[in-house]
Ligand binder design. Structure first.
Ligand SMILES: [Zn+2]
Length: 493
């Protein structure tokens, strides 16, 4: 299909695979996993396309990690594969990723690695319905978060009080239309296109104080002293954050699910004796956003959502865990009218627009960023309706945004130009679409896009094809105004 990840979804079975909340079982250590020199062919109907099991041993003082990782990859396509491409994001940085060995079905295999692209040939083609096992042994060296564009990648970096490991475990690159879809990293925006995988990470941390806390998504089970197992199903990414200074606040939804905020003491501001607790504010507004977006878009599939105060600019979305930059906590004024609120809500919206409905973040960034930005407005409209005009001015109009909403990240030279075109004009375009077709059809559009793209990598055609034929002419003027290539989607009808 032209509109989505070409991989078929796993067949539904009467007994679904365990969720991230299922009781713990003894983890299988990657280092002791069985392997065989030949590809194996499918036995279980519910085997995921990608399964990743990693042992991660962090040295908290030297800011390094030794990793043994196993990836099982099932070929769900019609044709055989003669090579495999892995996305190894950590290798884009000098001295950050040292690969000691790659094995394929238990045998050491030569490979080529260039930035994030790690490729190896298969001795025996991987035929449809069969799966293979890839082993990786590598060291991560985490860099200090400094200034400049790289600071935005502080989700793989450390500050004096925080160690973040995001996008550091390689995964098999996405397959779209029978081809590998992987982009080289660039300075502006995101370039990651990941298909979902089931993750199990066995983490140990050495040389940290007893106060060390782990912030991680999914199901987290302590395995003794500074050791944990983390399981996360159907996720495009894996991330964790460690600190000896985290304070943890949890809020429960009525159904027992939890939202946890991991923050530092400076998330509480003292303004002439008045305490303003940014962590509590983020937790409270985060719950409200989660409930609203579930009602408007569709279910959030995990039992926990984690917000982490990140010592790097802006924020960053991962599946089940989002970072909100420390600067937004420092700017908290005790009200909802600030970037602490908006960025928290924005990153939570990415649980729908990115984590569930994936997209090519380099070529079609508006599919997640415009929708996440407009979701901020939906939150304001729901909970603070008297502030709707404030949002449009504070978040959008003040920047006089211009540029095509459907631009690729490579078309911009500054983050501001990128945000103006893709996020801000994107939000304006969605508001215009809503006015074109009316509230009922607009929210139906969002729900049907979510449902059609859930678990896949969507392209703009999937979004536009959710418009009914009689809605196409109603939206022509909006598409012509905001899109550089509006005709592409009309022709597909
Ligand atoms: Zn975003």
């Amino acid at each position: 299909m032209a509109d989505a990840d070409g991989e078929a979804r796993p067949t539904k079975t009467a007994a679904p695979p365990p969720t991230d909340a299922s009781p713990t079982t003894q983890p299988t250590l990657a280092s002791t996993a069985p392997s065989s020199a030949i590809n194996r062919c499918i036995a279980e109907a519910d085997r995921p396309t990608r399964r990743i099991i990693a042992d991660v041993a962090v040295d908290y003082v030297s800011k390094t990690a030794e990793v043994q990782q196993r990836i099982e990859f099932l070929n769900r396509e019609d044709g055989a594969l003669d090579h495999i491409v892995l996305d190894a994001q950590a290798n884009q940085w000098d001295d950050s990723f040292s690969l000691a060995e790659l094995t394929h079905n238990g045998e050491t295999t030569p490979y080529e690695i260039n930035l994030n692209r790690l490729r190896f040939d298969l001795a025996e083609p991987l035929t449809p319905g069969c799966w293979l096992e890839i082993g990786l042994r590598f060291q991560l060296r985490v860099a200090e978060i400094r200034d400049g564009l790289r600071s935005y990648r502080g989700f793989f970096g450390y500050s004096p009080r925080q160690l973040n490991l995001g996008h550091v475990l390689p995964t098999v690159a996405a397959r779209l239309n029978g081809d590998w879809r992987i982009h080289a990293p660039a300075g502006i925006g995101e370039q990651i296109v990941n298909a979902v995988a089931d993750w199990e990470v066995n983490l140990t941390v050495d040389n940290a104080a007893d106060t060390l806390q782990l912030a991680a998504p999914g199901y987290v089970a302590a395995q003794g002293d500074q050791a944990w197992t983390i399981r996360l199903r159907q996720s495009r990414d894996f991330v964790l954050s460690l600190s000896e200074e985290f304070a943890v606040a949890e809020q429960q939804l009525a159904d027992g699910r939890t939202l946890a905020v991991y923050s530092f003491a400076d998330a509480q501001l003292n303004d002439r004796g008045l305490i303003m607790d940014g962590a509590a504010h983020t937790a409270q507004e985060g719950i409200k956003a989660l409930q609203l977006f579930e009602r408007l878009f569709g279910p959030y599939p995990y039992d926990r959502l984690v917000i982490v105060q990140g010592d790097f600019p802006d924020g960053m979305e991962f599946t089940g865990l989002v970072f909100v930059g420390s600067a937004w906590f420092y700017g908290f004024d005790g009200t909802e009218k600030n970037y602490l609120t908006l960025i928290s809500v924005h990153e939570i919206a990415h649980q729908w627009w990115y984590a569930r409905v994936g997209n090519d973040a380099a070529l079609h960034p508006w599919l997640d960023e415009a929708l996440a930005t407009y979701s901020e407005y939906l939150y304001i409209e729901e909970y603070y309706p008297s502030e709707k005009n404030w949002w449009w001015y504070f978040r959008v109009a003040v920047y006089l945004p211009e540029g095509g909403v459907d631009s690729a990240v490579y078309e911009f030279s500054t983050p501001r130009e990128y945000i103006n075109a893709v996020y801000l004009r994107g939000a304006q375009m969605l508001q215009n679409l809503r006015e074109d077709i009316g509230d009922e059809h607009f929210f139906q559009l969002l729900r049907s896009y979510y449902s059609a793209g859930d678990g896949l990598i969507a392209d703009p055609g999937l979004f536009w094809r959710q418009l009914a034929p009689d809605q196409q002419p109603l939206t022509v003027a909006t598409r012509n105004e905001f899109l550089t290539e509006p005709a592409v989607y009309v022709e597909q009808e």
